[in-house]
Write a protein that binds this ligand. Structure first.
Ligand SMILES: *[C@@H]1O[C@H](CO)[C@@H](O)[C@H](O)[C@H]1NC(C)=O
Ligand SMILES: *[C@@H]1O[C@H](CO)[C@@H](O)[C@H](O)[C@H]1NC(C)=O
Length: 188
């Protein structure tokens, strides 16, 4: 998603990144490696069919609507709370607003566009993501930009289904965020 100028700044420092462990909770990891600031944390997206997410346009081909499939061309729109644990009674620290369009004829994949607004202790702002989602496997979505404390952010979010049964489906969203060196200079 990054343009070629951003990539030039980005590729060199990323080589120095040491492997990190993905946090399984909202515990935040901040690192500075040669000017590349990173942040890793996880939240849970709670989607309740016909309450926080709706089919807006019916698809035209392929399997019918099930827990894991939607017909090709289905447009689904959501405004889902993001909680700190998989339990939907846990604290809400964000909201994911977006839409997905079923893009594979087997009904399992879609193209997703979302704005995730976060209000956490040290970080407030939004992230915009765009990418392909697989209904039953983890998917990486590139972060295309951000606002507020997420200004200039790059990286990706990994969305994994946790619980696809029942009225509320839960996805674990792992954030892998990177700020390029010019963003650090701009904010300090
Ligand atoms: C959601 O609403 C639609 C339209 O009223 C209905 O056909 C569908 O069965 C509902 N889905 C669930 C899971 O309640
Ligand atoms: C979810 O949280 C609520 C409120 O704290 C608690 O009563 C419930 O047992 C929890 N559910 C699970 C499955 O842990």
């Amino acid at each position: 998603m990054a343009n070629s100028l951003q990539s030039l700044f980005f590729i060199v420092p990323v080589l120095f990144l040491i492997p990190y462990k993905v946090a399984s909770t909202t515990h935040h990891h901040h690192h500075h490696h040669h000017g590349l600031k990173t942040l890793h944390f996880s939240l849970y997206q709670q989607e309740t069919i016909n309450k926080t997410g709706y089919v807006i346009v019916n698809g035209v081909a392929g399997p019918g609507i099930s827990q894991t499939t939607t017909p090709f061309g289905t447009i689904f729109t959501f405004q889902d709370p993001m909680t700190v644990t998989a339990n939907r009674s846990s604290k809400v620290v964000g909201i994911a607003e977006g839409t997905s369009i079923t893009s594979s004829l087997d009904g399992l994949r879609s193209i997703s566009i979302a704005k995730i607004t976060l209000s956490m202790k040290n970080y407030k702002g939004s992230l915009s993501i765009l990418g392909g989602t697989h209904n039953i496997k983890p998917s990486d979505h590139p972060v295309v930009g951000g606002t507020g404390d997420f200004m200039f952010v790059q990286g990706y979010v990994t969305s994994s289904p946790v619980d696809l049964k029942g009225q509320t489906v839960v996805y674990k969203i792992e954030f892998h965020l990177y700020w390029p060196p010019y963003a650090i200079q701009a904010s300090s």
